[in-house]
Unconditional design. Structure first.
Ligand SMILES: O=C(O)CCC(=O)C(=O)O
Ligand SMILES: [Fe+2]
Length: 322
């Protein structure tokens, strides 16, 4: 280990250190945290496993409105029913799982409008992701939880940790296999079915037993436009929604690039979407990852052409995309 570090050091002397470290996935991601004034939020998230980043540090209100309108349109199309923020809803003809009373999830939102692509370049969200993933995170799923009066996970509040785990329920210690965030598209209050967290449970590195520490769960109350960011090991669920109207979010679930994603991205991201977004977007979607091949096989030589991930994808990779 010491030897490897020494070799790197020699290279560092003759090349630009930042660039070299960045290429090795060890960029100074904390500089971005500092630039955005997020140090305190990152520290809090490390300690208690979750943090609320206020709207003014996340996105302008017009952006949030545009996003929310689009989510409501998608909900209407997929369910065949109408939606308004202050009315309760129904799943209509929508049959996705899980089928809970008072709630459903809208999946695969990236392909539902440009506003979702724009979200994936949000500096605050990406800085927090990179705080945990050091440039090695990829989008696992982009979903929207739609909850209305009656939405309820029962007495356990549905407490769980998001990190994929073996049957034993033990979780890796670094807490950087996955991280997650809920962008609030409506106000979150306890009565409105706020997300619930057990502060510090991220340090236990295991799943909760049913009902364990449910009395310590706190409701995260946050105004619309807030970003609730949380790491993969923290125990969370939600309080029952007791009020009329909708609780809406956009949930950006990220995993380390060595893991399987929940939703299908990689080669399934259309070429034109890659061309109109920055190179980091392609990386975040695993578009430069040779895995997941069909009969044509791995095509490693094409993928090896993208050695500098700050550059746009080369033609050899773009032509692999529909
Ligand atoms: O807000 C909820 O209902 C639970 C959210 C959750 O478990 C998640 O986003 O991973
Ligand atoms: Fe979760």
């Amino acid at each position: 280990m010491a030897e490897a570090t020494d070799i790197r050091k020699q290279e560092v002397d003759i090349q630009d250190e930042d660039e070299l470290l960045m290429r090795m996935g060890r960029g100074d991601y904390e500089a971005e945290i500092r630039d955005l004034g997020l140090e305190e939020y990152a520290r809090t998230c490390d300690e208690q496993g979750f943090v609320v980043i206020p709207p003014e540090k996340v996105a302008p209100p017009e952006f949030i409105e545009r996003l929310r309108d689009r989510v409501l349109e998608v909900a209407e199309r997929r369910t065949g029913t109408s939606f308004s923020l202050d009315a309760n809803a129904s799943s209509g003809k929508y049959r996705s799982e899980p089928q809970n009373e008072g709630q459903f999830l809208l999946y695969y939102m990236l392909f539902e409008g440009r506003v979702f692509e724009e979200w994936l370049s949000n500096r605050t969200m990406k800085a927090m992701v990179n705080h945990y993933m050091r440039g090695e995170g990829q989008l696992s799923s982009l979903t929207s939880f739609v909850k209305w009066k009656g939405g309820d996970y029962g007495e356990t509040l549905g407490l769980h940790a998001d990190t994929p785990r073996p049957l034993s329920g033990t979780l890796p210690e670094g807490c950087n296999d996955v991280c997650n965030s809920a962008l609030c598209l409506t106000d979150y209050t306890k009565e409105d079915g706020a997300i619930a967290f057990v502060p510090g449970s991220n340090k236990l590195c295991r799943m909760p037993e049913p009902g364990e520490r449910v009395d310590e769960a706190v409701a995260v109350e946050a105004p619309v436009g807030s970003l609730i960011f949380f790491n993969g090991n923290v125990w969370h669920g939600a309080f029952p929604k007791k009020t009329d109207g909708l609780r809406l979010n956009l949930t950006t679930y990220v995993c380390h690039q060595r893991l399987k994603t929940q939703e299908q991205y990689q080669r399934h991201v259309p070429r034109e979407m890659l061309e109109r977004n920055p190179p980091e977007f392609a990386r975040f979607l695993g578009a430069g990852d040779p895995m997941g091949w069909a009969e044509i096989g791995p095509q490693f030589s094409r993928y090896a052409k993208w050695t500098d991930e700050t550059h746009p994808l080369p033609e050899e990779i773009l032509e692999m995309h529909p």
